[in-house]
Design a protein around this ligand. Structure first.
Ligand code: ATP
Ligand code: MG
Length: 368
């Protein structure tokens, strides 16, 4: 288990990279730190690794305070964004390097390097130098070097950023398998939300040195806590439709330019507290059903573009002033195969929606 308590990092000249971060990573889980460039992901990871000294706050591995410990005393394996392999060393010596630092003799450390290389299927590359390897092979060598000490904790900083799309998926699966096989507590830094969703048990979303939300991929995807998270997760992105909470507290509705959506259940109860406020309805492109006919509770969309994406059909157009995308899976899409953009209007049924306060950006359903 890794616990970060009140972590703050201020670089000189007053650059605050992290503001009071609190996070707990459970034993043997895979957590992703996700966020835009400059939000503080690498800084967080380097503090956990001991490469950076926190300005304030503490870091614990299990119940042990490691805040003051040097990186070599933390029993971690780390893969850096640029693999940082030593160009003049053979692969075997690159992999064995952390053991050399620990004073393990040559024969023993080569033996261990060979075993680790075998797990990663790079035994045949041991006599080469890094320049003679492909990007994917270099990545595996960097992984082997991180794992050779049999660490309990594995830290990965954008480990796949130099790989092509296909290899990324392969390596991603491999990293996940190793993490599970060895029961490692693992943190991966990435700005790729798809990668984070695929690999991680939990995702911490950072913006501007602050945690926005820390939860499972499912919760982040379906119940983003604010507009930032909602925007960040999902591709194509979530749609936002401007509306206002109207009606009376017993039966609130969302009123837009050309629609009124009655609300029911828990969502109604939450929305009732925001009567009269401007909101943004958040709805994902595949959580919309498309109808030809207008009906109460449906939202009219002026159809502009119809694209066939192969496994699905994407319809886009305007709801009021908001550009909205809808994806229809093949099964649903059948009757829309022949739909044409000249046809004008379709009517949207929002199957799962989130409501965000337009001013604060907060998800009404997640408050209180
Ligand atoms: N050594 C440093 N000195 C001063 N400021 C720094 C230093 N390292 C990072 N920063 C600043 O701290 C903030 C967070 O940087 P960090 O490297 O953690 O971002 P990141 O989320 O990893 O971004 P990226 O996705 O681009 O790698 C940035 O504003 C950055 O400019
Ligand atoms: Mg970084």
């Amino acid at each position: 288990m890794i616990r970060i308590e009140g972590l703050r990092k201020e670089f000189d000249k007053g650059t605050v990279a992290l503001e009071k971060l609190d996070l707990t990573f459970e034993e043997a889980t895979f957590v992703a730190l996700l966020g835009p460039s400059g939000c503080g992901k690498t800084t967080t990871l380097n503090c956990v690794a001991g490469l950076l000294e926190p300005t304030e706050g503490k870091i614990f591995f299990d119940d042990r305070d490691v805040t003051g410990l040097a990186p070599k005393d933390r029993n971690i394996g780390m893969v850096f964004q640029s693999y940082a392999l030593y160009p003049h060393m053979k692969v075997i010596d690159n992999i064995a390097f952390p053991l050399k630092q620990k004073g393990v003799d040559k024969e023993a450390r080569h033996q261990k390097a060979r075993e680790t290389a075998k797990k990663l299927q790079i035994e045949h590359l041991l006599e080469r130098r890094p320049a003679q390897l492909s990007g994917g092979q270099q990545q595996r060598v960097a992984m082997a070097r991180a794992l050779v000490k049999e660490p309990k904790i594995l830290l990965l900083d954008e480990p796949m950023s130099n790989l092509d799309a296909r290899l990324k998926i392969e390596i991603r699966d491999e990293i996940k398998r190793i993490q599970q096989d060895l029961g490692l507590t693992s943190i991966i830094v990435t700005h790729d939300q798809e990668e984070a969703m695929a690999i991680a048990d939990k995702i911490a979303i950072l913006d501007n040195g602050r945690i926005q939300q820390f939860d499972t991929p499912e919760v982040l995807y379906h119940y983003p806590i604010n507009l930032f998270v909602a925007n960040f997760m999902g591709n194509p992105p979530m749609n936002f439709i401007d509306a206002r909470v109207e009606g009376d507290a017993a039966a609130p509705c969302l009123a837009g330019k050309a629609f009124r959506l009655p609300l029911a259940g828990e969502l109604a109860a939450k929305a009732a507290g925001s009567m009269g406020r401007a909101v943004k309805i958040g709805v994902r492109p595949h959580q919309i059903a498309v109808h030809d006919q207008a009906a109460p509770g449906r939202v009219p969309m002026g159809l502009q573009i119809v694209e066939n994406l192969g496994k699905e059909l994407m319809l886009s157009g305007l709801v009021g002033e908001n550009f909205v995308r809808v994806t229809l899976a093949e099964a649903d899409a059948e009757r829309y195969r022949t739909i044409r953009q000249e046809e004008g209007a379709v009517h949207l049924e929002l199957l799962h929606l989130n409501i965000f306060d337009a001013e604060t950006g907060l998800n009404l359903a997640m408050e209180g």
